[in-house]
Design a protein around this ligand. Structure first.
Ligand code: NAP
Ligand code: MG
Length: 494
């Protein structure tokens, strides 16, 4: 069994108290590896070295192009080790190999490549001011950034946080989830070989409840960038007020997927499936509320159930698997409780809902892909983020009703609209209170385009130039140009 170590100040380290946690393969419950359970002392050490690397180190003083070269080397290493990284990502999280091979690993590399070349987006402005003066803005790094990320896309989340932070000249302490840290520790070993200056990237592993509050509250941290549940995000916000640190939050969702009768039915069916069953529904942008126009409702639902029943459930490392296990026994239990609640609240369970019964699923955290019909938007299963493969199907009769239902939620991460009438699609997109609208598609993420939430789905944006700017602070430099060098303020008191 491999024993991983965490990474502080350019060295691998087992942690001051030498305690460990184990990583379990969700497909068969085998223990794959151990990794350090960091203490608060370790977290503070990581923050201190990141502080030193920022305040006294060369990193923030390098040119954007020089930092970009490091990011390119990271991307190159990811591409070279793509096969091994996708294997470990799939084995440790239950993500299918098809997904990690075609989505997670290439996305991770391309995010580093994108942010390696964004120097032009870090430019400032010359501002015309009503005085004989030159006013300039410039973007400077924020300082020490703490990042906390979830287990559903460990390597992609790592890239989304680390690449823009480094491109701007910040130093970072990152804490992955204890349920998804092995791939990140593998990648950290690759980054170590590239020779980043010490203390620029630090990765601590352990229990989020213990380490997270320290990262959020520690006054030596200038910014906290968190991706995870809305409840933990609220707590992070409260703790960050300790030193009014900058906050960046990517939180939960309950995204509506609106299917109008005039859509391309085949495309909408495929899109609806991907939106709720990719990654076993463990996606912040999961289209977990499927709003179907009444005239096609019955036909659409029937096809959806048939297609869902054909999904091949299995070990995440089997390349032909469509649908792997959930991340952990505990998480599966939470999802099963929501299914129970759906039944109690009288939604119709029309597909799945159970642990699959075949012998091969006795070990592992498998759950059938699940569909509820006749759901009212006020029901628990339509309001709470389940973060699993549970779809709530809701019927609507008019465009206005669809928009009303779609917006009737505390979340505002994403929405999907399926129709051939592009004027209607555009009108609906404008009225949806969400950060991303996908029209006739699902899951279009691009390094170049901003991603983030409205309402309780978050604060700030990831990716794109806006995502880069999150990791900067803006300085105004004002140079007086009064003839003779004496502006009004210098003679104010005579
Ligand atoms: P979570 O329970 O909120 O955990 C997220 C991270 O916070 C993990 O690293 C976790 O560590 C840590 N953590 C746990 N308790 C903490 C505390 N009290 N203080 C500080 N940190 C703490 O979320 P999750 O279950 O991992 O992931 C699912 C959630 O993430 C969903 O709500 C999903 O929508 C959201 N998500 C959002 C986006 C987005 O971009 N908007 C993307 C992906 C996921 P441990 O796991 O080690 O305990
Ligand atoms: Mg959790």
């Amino acid at each position: 069994m491999k024993k991983y170590q965490m990474y502080i100040n350019g060295a691998f380290f087992e942690g001051a108290r030498k305690e460990t946690l184990e990583s379990i393969n969700p497909s068969n419950e085998e223990v794959i590896a151990s990794f350090p359970k960091a203490s608060l002392e370790d977290a503070r050490e990581a923050i201190d070295v990141a502080r030193l690397a920022f305040d006294k180190g060369e990193w923030p003083c390098l040119s954007h192009q020089e930092r970009g070269q490091y990011l390119l080397k990271i991307a190159q290493a990811i591409r070279q080790e793509a096969k091994a990284l996708s294997q470990i990502e799939s084995m440790s999280t239950g993500k299918t190999l098809k997904q990690t091979t075609f989505i997670d690993i290439p996305t991770c590399a391309s995010t580093f490549e994108y942010f390696a070349f964004v120097a032009s987006e870090l430019k400032g402005e010359t501002i015309p001011v009503p005085a004989p003066a030159l006013s300039l803005t410039q973007r400077e790094p924020t300082g020490v950034v703490a990042s906390i990320i979830p287990w559903n896309y460990p390597l992609i989340m790592f890239a989304w946080k680390i690449a823009p932070a480094l491109a701007c000249g910040n130093t970072v302490v990152l804490k992955p989830s204890q349920f998804g840290c092995l791939s990140i520790l593998e990648l950290t070993a690759l980054i170590d070989k590239i020779g980043l200056p010490k203390g620029v990237v630090n990765v601590i592993t352990g229990d989020g409840k213990e380490l997270g509050p320290e990262l959020a509250a520690n006054p030596k941290v200038d910014m906290i960038s968190f991706t995870g549940s809305t409840n933990v995000g609220k707590e992070i916000m409260r703790l960050a007020s300790n030193n009014t640190k900058k906050i960046h939050l990517e939180l939960g969702g309950k995204s509506p997927n609106i299917v109008f009768a005039d859509c391309d039915l085949e495309a909408a069916l495929g899109g609806a499936m991907s939106a709720i069953f990719m990654n076993q529904g463990q996606m912040c942008t999961a289209g977990s509320r499927l709003l179907i126009e009444e005239s096609i409702h019955d036909k659409f639902l029937k096809c959806l159930i048939e297609k869902t029943k054909r999904l091949k459930i299995g070990n995440s490392l089997d390349y032909t698997t469509d649908f792997g296990p959930l991340i952990s026994r505990e998480h599966r239990q939470n999802v099963l409780k929501f299914i129970e609640t759906g039944v109690k609240e009288k939604a119709s369970l029309v597909c799945g809902g159970k642990i699959p019964s075949a012998e091969q699923f006795k070990k592992g955290f498998y759950l059938e892909p699940t569909i509820f019909a006749n759901v009212e938007n006020s029901m628990t299963i339509a309001q709470e983020e389940i973060f699993g493969p549970v779809l709530s199907v809701i019927k609507f009769t008019s465009v206005e009703e669809a928009i009303k239902i779609a917006n009737d939620t505390k979340y505002g991460l994403a929405a999907m609209v399926w129709t051939k009438d592009l004027n209607k699609a555009n009108m609906v997109a404008k009225k949806l209170q969400v950060g991303t609208v996908w029209i006739n598609t699902y899951g279009g993420f691009y390094n170049e385009a901003p991603f983030g939430g409205y309402k309780q789905s978050g604060i700030g944006r990831e990716l794109g130039k806006e995502g880069l700017w999150e990791y900067t602070q803006l300085k105004h430099i004002n140079l007086d140009l009064t003839e003779g060098g004496k502006s009004l303020v210098t003679t104010w008191f005579g």
